[in-house]
Design a protein around this ligand. Structure first.
Ligand code: GLN
Length: 193
């Protein structure tokens, strides 16, 4: 965000939520994020801020935190449900099945986005209110989703948006390409208008 000329603060406690124009929930491990959000007392204030319409950008585990339904999660794993998606944790396989590919993303000019998928969630269902901005390329889809499932050869959505919530199955912060972060910054400015 600073590279885009936008100030950023780290959110550790509910006090840090004051005055935010948007929130990025990063990748990592959604089960751990859920536990830490709970033990830090941040889960409820964050959930309320999102319910009030705080724009949010969730990448990988952040996507899982924002999805309405999570498959293969821990039974006590919580999520905010800001976007009408069903996602399957580790749906593309474990660490050794991590991969990179180029994606055509709607709304972004300047050619494909190089995307890094690390133990990424598969979007198995996107509700009718969800804009799908990119899907996995057909060639990659044929080999990426777990073999032997009905997902094979389908092209799951990998960039989705609903209202002021943007999510990606991959890690856009791991390449120098800032266009998805720029899109999110624009969404936060739109929301303020
Ligand atoms: N597999 C992780 C989870 O379930 C997400 C991985 C990631 O964020 N790179 O939360």
């Amino acid at each position: 965000l600073p590279a885009l000329g936008e100030p950023a603060v780290l959110v550790h406690r509910s006090d840090d939520l004051a005055g935010l124009d948007g929130l990025i929930i990063p990748g990592g491990e959604s089960t751990t994020l859920s536990l830490l959000l709970e033990s830090s007392g941040l889960y409820d204030p964050l959930g309320e801020a999102l319910e009030r319409g705080l724009p949010a950008f969730g990448t990988c585990a952040g996507m899982i935190m924002l999805a309405g339904e999570v498959l293969d999660g821990r039974p006590d794993q919580r999520r905010f449900g800001g976007i009408d998606l069903t996602v399957r944790r580790n749906g593309y396989g474990r660490q050794r099945s991590s991969f990179e590919c180029d994606l055509d993303v709607d709304l972004l000019e300047g050619g494909p986005v190089h995307a890094v998928f690390i133990r990424a969630p598969v979007v198995e269902r996107a509700g009718s209110g969800v804009e799908v901005l990119a899907t996995l390329p057909a060639a990659r889809a044929a080999q990426a989703p777990p073999a032997g499932t009905e997902l094979q050869a389908l092209q799951p959505p990998v960039v989705c948006r609903q209202g002021s919530v943007l999510v990606t199955s991959f890690h856009p912060e791991l390449t120098g390409d800032r266009r998805l972060h720029q899109l999110f910054v624009e969404m936060t400015k739109e929301e303020k208008r």
